[in-house]
Every structure is written in structure tokens, then in C-alpha cells.
Design a protein around this ligand. Structure first.
Ligand SMILES: Cc1ncc(CO)c(N)n1
Length: 220
């Protein structure tokens, strides 16, 4: 029996994937012990990721080949525009991350690389490329969040970031992306493999950069 294409992508990148989902940042997130400047830096960079991610979702709405898929992407984009954006704003406020500080802070190499990759996938107007990147960003976050203990840190900064990635809607969306990868990726397997590998490597680099570039100067 042949393997599902989504699982082939995953197996090809298993080692990097496992390093990312078991990263020190994830362990500290579960404990609520991430240094404030590290957490602030992560969220600052992830808000840049978030903007490019929305552009990629827009490309998914455009390039999908059927209404049902467009509706899934549109609905998920709406969810992001509400609950996730609100989380970022509240977390910046709580950690003392001002607009000025964010404007004065450069992109980390991995954030810049990730935003470039998402914009490249969007600009390609190739659904296989778009789905490959989306499957990485959502399924890799699903996989670390699935390891979260029942007892969550008290601070909303930690527990809401976990909940945003382990709720029923998010799990459904991740499963849907695997099905889309099975359906569409095999049509352009080489492109899907290329984008998928680059995205997994960037996920690991993004966690690593979080410790290399803490956001100094917050007044939390
Ligand atoms: C870097 C990164 N990857 C994936 C997600 C989940 O969308 C995120 N918020 N940030």
C-alpha cells in the first residue's frame, strides 16, 4: 500500500521536525519559565510571521481548486484576525512591548527567511507550494501543543498560546491541510518537497533564534 503524500513529506523531514517540536522553548512554555525578554522576542518576531502567514492564507483562498477548501481558508483567516491578533495585542501590552520598540527591532534571520518563503509560495500561485508550507506551520504547531500537560501555567501569555494550537478547530484545520497535501501535493511533488523541507528547517531556526535574539528593553 502506498504511503499518503503528507506522511511521506513528514517522514522525509522527521529528524528536524522532532527537534522543533521538542525544543527547549516548548518545554519552557509548558513550565511557564520562558525568560520575559525571550518570550517578548518570540512574539515580536512571530507577529511578523503572522502577517506573512495571512498573505499565504490569501493565496490559498485564490489558488485552491474548490469552494469547500476556499471556505476553510477564509474561515481560518477570520479566526486568526480575531482571536490570534487579540492575543498578540494583549501579550505585547502585558510584557511591555511597545510599538516603538517593535519598529526599532530588526527581523531575526529566521523570521526574515520564513516571511520570504511564505511570500514566495504565495507569489508562485502554485497550490502545492502553498499547502506544503501551511501544512508545516500548522501541523508542527499542532504536534508540539499535543504534548502539553493538563496543568497549564497560570499566565495567559503561556496558556493561551498553547490553547490557540490545541483546540478542536485548530486540530481540524491541521487535518484538513494534510488531506489537501495528499490531494494536491502529489501533482507537483518536487515543489511540495522543496517548500516543505525549507519550512521545517525555518521552524527549528525560528525556535533557536528566539534564544539568540531576546527582546531587550521591555519594561515587564
Ligand atoms: C513560526 C511559527 N510557525 C507556526 C505558527 C502557527 O501558525 C506560528 N504561529 N509561528
Amino acid at each position: 500500500m502506498s504511503q499518503r503524500f503528507s506522511q511521506e513529506l513528514l517522514e522525509t523531514n522527521r529528524e528536524t521536525w522532532e527537534q522543533a517540536i521538542n525544543h527547549r522553548f516548548v518545554t519552557e512554555l509548558f513550565e511557564g519559565s520562558v525568560d520575559d525578554e525571550v518570550m517578548a522576542g518570540y512574539l515580536d518576531q512571530d507577529y511578523r510571521f503572522f502577517e506573512a502567514f495571512l498573505q499565504l492564507l490569501g493565496a490559498a483562498i485564490t489558488t485552491a481548486d474548490r469552494l469547500e477548501a476556499r471556505l476553510r481558508y477564509a474561515s481560518f483567516a477570520g479566526e486568526m484576525a480575531n482571536s490570534e491578533d487579540t492575543y498578540f495585542q494583549r501579550a505585547f501590552e502585558a510584557l511591555g512591548v511597545s510599538d516603538e520598540l517593535r519598529a526599532a527591532t530588526p527581523d531575526t534571520p529566521s523570521a526574515a527567511g520564513f516571511c520570504d518563503l511564505m511570500r514566495e509560495a504565495a507569489a508562485s500561485q502554485n497550490y502545492s507550494a502553498v499547502v506544503a508550507v501551511l501544512m508545516v506551520t500548522e501541523c508542527l504547531y499542532r504536534d508540539w501543543a499535543a504534548k502539553a500537560p493538563q496543568n497549564r501555567p497560570e499566565s495567559f501569555i503561556y496558556h493561551e498560546w498553547i490553547t490557540l494550537h490545541d483546540n478542536a478547530d485548530f486540530l481540524d484545520f491541521a487535518t484538513f491541510l494534510e488531506q489537501e497535501a495528499d490531494r494536491s501535493g502529489a501533482q507537483d511533488a518536487q515543489t511540495a518537497h522543496d517548500y516543505f523541507r525549507r519550512a521545517v528547517e525555518l521552524e527549528l531556526a525560528f525556535f533557536n533564534d528566539t534564544y539568540t535574539y531576546p527582546l531587550n528593553g521591555i519594561h515587564a
